[in-house]
Design a protein around this ligand. Structure first.
Ligand SMILES: NC(=O)c1ccc[n+]([C@@H]2O[C@H](COP(=O)([O-])OP(=O)(O)OC[C@H]3O[C@@H](n4cnc5c(N)ncnc54)[C@H](O)[C@@H]3O)[C@@H](O)[C@H]2O)c1
Length: 668
C-alpha cells in the first residue's frame, strides 16, 4: 500500500507492519564500510539499541536484517525504513504540520538528504565522508513525525540524531535543540567515535550536516572566492592578469577554478585524476583541460599577457607543474594546494613520478614504500614552491595539512624558530580580515522554493550592502566591495544545487539589515513565503577550532571552547528557531567544538525582534572574545559596536609592555 507523502510522514514508524525492503541501489554513492570495531558483547548491545525503536512483534524479522547490516557495513542504517517518497526540499506548505517553524525545519532536513545534495544519501551522510544528519532511518522517521505533529509550544530534543522527545516550552523558545557528538572530553579520540557510532549512541555531525543547514557546494565557492580575492589584494593592484596556481579538483577543491574566475584571475589547477578533472569540466566549473605541460605553458603565458579571466587545469601531478613553472621562470602571483593531505597515506595525495594506477597499487601492496614516495614528493613539492616564493609568489596553506605533512616529511618548510614558512588561510586572510570584523558565512533559504524569491532576496541584499558600504569605514571597505561583487555575480553563476539558497559573507550590521529587509518583503507579500536564516559554523563566533577558525587567537585560549558553547546558549534564548552544538567538524572528532542556528522569519514583529536580538549576539560574542585576545580588527569592531549600542559593555584588554614583563621575570 503506497501512502501519500503527508501520510507516510504522519505514520512515523508503523507499529503493525514492516515497510517493504529497499534494494541496495548500486547507482548511488555509498559510504565506505566502517571499521569492525565492536567486541561480540558490544554487537549485542548495538542490536538491542537498534531494536528499541520497534515493537517486539517485529524483532524476529528485523534482528537478522540489522545483524547483517552491522556485519556488511559496520553500522546499522535500517535501509528498509527509507521513505518511499522522493526526498527534496518541497515548498513549506506541502508538509503536514501544526507549526510553520517545524515545517521549515522539515524542508531543511529534506534538502540535506536530497540525492543531488548529500554525499552518501542512503547512509544519511551529507558531506565530508562522515558528516551525518541521523544515524539511521528510524530516527529520520520519528523526527519527521514529531515535527509534523508538534506545536509552537513544544521543543524537540535531539541527541546525536536520536529524538529524545517533545517537551513543553513556549513560542519564543527554539523548536529544536540539537547536540551532536557531545562526549566526555577524555573519550573523544577517533576510535571512540567509531565505537559509539557503531553502538548507535553518537554521531559526527560535521558542521551543517547534523544541523540541517547544508546548502551544497555554494558555501565553499564563496569562502574560496574571498580567499583568492584577498590573496590577490595582498599582492597589490588589480586581480586582472594575476596568476594563481593550486591543486585539486575534488569535492571542496573543485571550487577553486570557479572562485578564480569570480575573483578575475588566471588560475591553473593541477588534478592527477582524469575522472575528477573531466567531471569538473563537464559541470562547467573549470574552463580548459590540458594534459600536456608543453601545451599548457604557452597557454598560461598568453592568458596572463591578455589578462584573460580563465581557469585552466593541468591533468597531471602538481609537482611536475610547480617544477616546470620554476624552471621556465614564470612569475606566479599566488600559490596554494588543496590535495587531501589530511589523509596522506590512503589516496589523499599522489606522489610525483608514479601514475595514478601505480600509486593505488603501491598503496595497497606496499604501504611503507608508498609513504616514502609521498614524503619524497612533498620534499620536491616544497622545494619548487620555495623557488617561486623567493621570486615574490604569495603561498598559503588551505586548511588541508599541507604545511604539517610537509614538515613531517622533512621538507624545507620551517623557519629558524620552528614555525612554518607560510601562513594558513585563516591566520592571514579569513581571521584578521573577516572573522575579527564580524564577517562570516551568513546564508538564507527561501521556503517558497521559488527562484523568483531568491532573485528578489539577492536584489534586497545588494541594495542593503550598497547602502551600508557607502558609509563603511576604511577598515572594512574592501570586504564590503568583495561581498557586493559576490552577490551581484551570484545569480549569473548558477550556484543553486537543491533548495533556493544563498550564502553571503556579511558582518553584524549587514546580516541584521538584510534579514530585516527580507522580513518586510515577506510582510508586504513581495516574497511569497517565509525565509530561513542561518550560517555555516565556520564563522566568527560559532567555532572553536585551534588549527582553523581560531588559529589567529594568540593569547593561549585557542584550545578553549567557551565561545562556541556560549554562542549556542545565547542564540537559544534570543530567538533562534533551532540551535546545534557539535564535537568535530572540518578538522576531526575531538579537534573542534562548533555550533550554529536556524531562524525562520515570517514577516511578523516577533521575527523582527528575533533578528535584532539574536544576530547581534551571534556575531558580537566572537568579536568580543577576539578583541579580548588582543586582535586589532576585533577591538576596532567591538568599540564601533559599543558606540552605537549603549547596552553593550564589553571588557577591553589593556596592552602590557613586553620589555617590562621580561625585565620583571628576569629579576626573579
Ligand atoms: N575549500 C575549502 O574551503 C577547504 C577548507 C578547509 C580545508 N580544505 C581541505 O582541502 C582538501 C581537499 O578537499 P576535497 O574535498 O577537495 O578533497 P578531494 O580528495 O575530493 O580532492 C583532492 C584532489 O586532489 C587530487 N590530488 C591528490 N594528489 C595530487 C597531486 N599530487 N597532484 C594533483 N592532484 C592531486 C586528488 O586526485 C583529488 O581529486 C582537504 O584536505 C580539505 O580538508 C578545504
Amino acid at each position: 500500500m503506497n501512502l501519500s507523502f503527508k501520510d507516510e510522514i504522519l505514520a512515523g514508524i508503523p507499529a503493525d507492519r514492516l515497510p517493504e525492503a529497499k534494494p541496495y541501489d548500486k547507482d548511488i554513492n555509498h559510504a565506505p564500510k566502517r571499521k569492525d570495531i565492536l567486541k561480540p558483547e558490544e554487537k549485542v548491545l548495538a542490536l538491542k539499541n537498534a531494536l528499541r525503536y520497534f515493537p517486539e512483534s517485529l524483532h524476529a524479522q528485523l534482528a537478522p536484517e540489522f545483524a547483517e547490516e552491522l556485519n556488511l557495513y559496520g553500522r546499522i542504517y535500517m535501509y528498509r525504513y527509507r521513505p518511499s517518497y522522493k526526498i527534496y526540499a518541497r515548498p513549506v506548505e506541502e508538509y503536514p504540520a501544526r507549526s510553520r517553524q517545524a515545517a521549515a525545519i522539515m524542508a531543511m532536513i529534506q534538502n540535506n538528504l536530497d540525492e543531488r545534495v548529500a554525499q552518501h544519501p542512503h547512509e544519511l551522510i551529507i558531506y565530508g565522508g562522515n558528516g551525518a544528519i541521523f544515524q539511521n532511518w528510524a530516527q529520520y522517521r520519528l523526527v519527521m513525525q514529531y515535527l509534523a505533529t508538534m506545536t509552537d509550544e513544544q521543543t524537540l530534543v535531539m541527541y546525536s540524531g536520536h529524538p529524545l522527545g517533545l517537551f513543553p516550552s513556549h513560542k519564543d523558545a527554539p523548536r529544536v535543540i540539537v547536540t551532536n557528538g557531545m562526549v566526555i572530553p577524555n573519550y573523544s579520540k577517533p576510535d571512540d567515535w567509531e565505537r559509539m557510532n557503531a553502538l548507535g549512541v553518537s554521531q559526527y555531525g560535521q558542521m551543517t550536516a547534523g544541523s540541517y543547514m547544508y546548502i551544497g557546494p555554494q558555501g565553499i565557492v564563496h569562502g574560496t572566492t574571498i580567499t583568492v580575492m584577498n590573496a590577490a589584494r595582498k599582492q597589490g593592484g588589480s586581480p586582472a592578469g594575476k596568476l594563481f596556481v593550486t591543486a585539486g579538483l575534488g569535492g571542496m577543491s573543485g571550487a577553486q577554478p570557479k572562485a578564480g574566475n569570480i575573483a578575475g584571475v588566471v588560475s591553473v589547477t593541477a588534478e592527477i585524476n582524469p575522472k575528477a578533472a573531466e567531471k569538473r569540466y563537464t559541470q562547467g566549473w573549470v574552463d580548459e583541460l590540458h594534459p600536456s605541460l608543453d601545451e599548457l605553458i604557452p597557454r598560461i603565458k598568453k592568458a596572463v599577457a591578455n589578462k584573460e579571466v580563465v581557469s585552466l587545469a593541468y591533468v597531471g601531478n602538481v609537482v611536475d607543474l610547480w617544477e616546470r613553472l620554476a624552471d621556465e621562470g614564470i612569475h606566479v602571483d599566488l600559490g596554494s594546494d588543496q590535495t587531501s593531505l589530511h589523509n596522506p597515506w590512503a589516496g589523499g595525495y599522489y606522489p610525483v613520478g608514479y601514475s595514478l594506477e601505480e600509486s593505488k597499487k603501491m598503496m595497497a601492496d606496499d604501504p611503507a614504500a608508498f609513504k616514502e614516495a609521498v614524503q619524497a614528493s612533498l620534499r620536491r613539492h616544497v622545494a619548487a614552491i620555495n623557488r617561486l616564493t623567493a621570486k615574490g609568489m604569495y603561498f598559503f596553506d588551505y586548511g588541508n595539512a599541507f604545511l604539517l605533512e610537509s614538515s613531517r616529511a622533512g621538507a624545507d618548510i620551517l623557519k629558524e624558530d620552528g614555525s612554518f614558512r607560510y601562513p594558513s588561510y585563516v591566520q592571514d586572510i579569513m581571521g584578521p580580515m573577516y572573522f575579527d570584523y564580524g564577517f562570516g558565512p551568513f546564508r538564507w533559504v527561501c521556503m517558497s522554493e521559488k527562484p523568483e524569491d531568491l532573485a528578489l532576496t539577492d536584489a534586497l541584499a545588494m541594495e542593503v550592502l550598497g547602502r551600508i558600504a557607502a558609509r563603511s569605514p576604511e577598515e572594512i571597505a574592501g570586504q564590503m566591495r568583495d561581498n557586493i561583487h559576490w552577490i551581484e555575480e551570484a545569480g549569473r553563476n548558477h550556484l543553486v544545487v537543491g533548495s533556493q539558497a544563498r550564502i553571503l559573507y556579511a558582518d553584524c550590521e549587514g546580516r541584521t539589515q538584510i534579514a530585516l529587509a527580507f522580513n518586510e518583503a515577506i510582510r508586504d507579500g513581495r516574497l511569497k513565503g517565509p525565509v530561513v536564516l542561518g550560517r555555516d559554523h565556520h564563522d566568527v563566533s560559532g567555532t572553536d577550532s585551534p588549527f582553523r577558525e581560531t588559529s589567529n587567537i594568540y593569547d593561549g585560549s585557542r584550545f578553549c571552547a567557551d565561545m562556541a558553547v556560549q554562542n549556542v546558549i545565547g542564540d537559544g534564548f534570543r530567538g533562534a528557531t533551532w540551535v546545534s552544538i557539535h564535537n568535530g567538524g572540518g578538522v576531526g572528532w575531538g579537534e573542534v567544538i562548533n555550533g550554529g542556528f536556524g531562524m525562520v522569519i515570517d514577516g511578523s514583529e516577533d521575527s523582527a525582534r528575533h533578528i535584532r536580538e539574536m544576530l547581534f549576539w551571534d556575531v558580537n560574542n566572537g568579536i568580543a572574545r577576539r578583541s579580548w585576545a588582543r586582535n586589532a580588527g576585533a577591538r576596532f569592531a567591538i568599540e564601533r559596536e559599543m558606540a552605537r549600542t549603549p547596552d553593550l559593555r564589553v571588557t577591553l584588554p589593556n596592552e602590557a609592555d613586553e620589555t617590562l614583563i621580561i625585565k620583571s621575570l628576569n629579576q626573579q
